[in-house]
Design a protein around this ligand. Structure first.
Ligand SMILES: [Zn+2]
Length: 269
């Protein structure tokens, strides 16, 4: 799935998470940003496709293979490998927790009790980050098997999960719109909760669950099977088909609006 939809999914998680925080507005914005960042992070393993990868990182680490070969292989550092595992999300969260603890405490009065207290006060941050990271991995599962056959969710196990080809790599405008819907509705809940007495925790969670259920329904009811194993000579045909499917779902007006937006942004969306 495209990185914009991934990032917005993390932000949607953030809009639920802040209902469980009684901290300042800035703090809540931080939670939302961190969830969005966590949801974009797994795709940083696509750095091997960067045009200067071979001349920079490839040369520095004296890598045997080109960036392109690395990307389309099943090394632990290839795309959909380690960085698309739950363990990576957990490890980054733990490292991040320790760094934050050492920086905030300025290396003074270090103790297990202090560390636990630190984790308790930042739990909404940490849970949002790892939830954002994890939703990215789940969202990549219905994309085509390609050379990986899914994502290496349970690394260090060699098992790759997903790769079902229910959806194309991008052009999933309907899912994008559902996620935007979750963010807008939860934003409204947060802004009106002071005026009307409503249970923001229950409502934002309900909106999120409804949005996820709708997305799963959309993913599972595409009128075309996009799956392929390895590389496919029909790539362009599938790409075109993914747009036709969107046209069927959204109708001409909304589809054309989304297409214009797609053409304006410089990433695959
Ligand atoms: Zn990904």
């Amino acid at each position: 799935m495209d990185v914009l939809t991934h990032t917005l999914s993390g932000i949607a998680i953030g809009t639920v998470a802040i209902s469980f925080s009684d901290k300042s507005f800035q703090n809540k914005l931080g939670v939302i940003a961190l969830a969005g960042f966590g949801a974009a992070l797994p795709d940083s393993d696509a750095i091997s496709l960067w045009s200067k990868f071979d001349l920079t990182l490839g040369k520095f680490f004296d890598l045997e293979n080109s960036g392109n070969t690395i990307y389309f292989s099943k090394f632990w550092y290839s795309h959909h490998g380690f960085l698309h595992s739950f363990f990576a999300g957990l490890l980054i969260t733990i490292v991040f927790t320790f760094i934050l603890y050492f920086v905030k405490s300025k290396f003074k009065k270090l103790s297990f009790a202090n560390l636990t207290q630190n984790i308790k006060t930042r739990k909404v941050y940490l849970i949002s980050f790892i939830s954002g990271f994890t939703i990215h991995l789940l969202e990549d599962m219905p994309t085509p098997g390609c050379v990986w056959g899914g994502v290496n969710f349970f690394w260090p196990s060699k098992l790759y999960i997903g790769g079902t080809g229910d959806i194309w790599w991008w052009n999933n405008y309907d899912i994008f719109l559902i996620i935007i819907g979750i963010i807008v509705l939860n934003g409204l809940i947060h802004t009106t909760k002071r005026i009307i007495k409503i249970d923001a925790r229950k409502l934002t969670t309900a909106v999120f669950i409804l949005g996820v259920s709708l997305s799963v329904f959309q993913v599972k009811t595409r009128s075309f099977d996009f799956n392929y194993i390895g590389h496919t000579p029909r790539y362009e045909e599938y790409e075109k088909k993914s747009k036709e499917v969107q046209k069927q779902i959204l109708g001409n007006k909304l589809y054309n609006f989304m297409l214009k937006f797609d053409n304006r942004i410089p990433i695959n969306f």
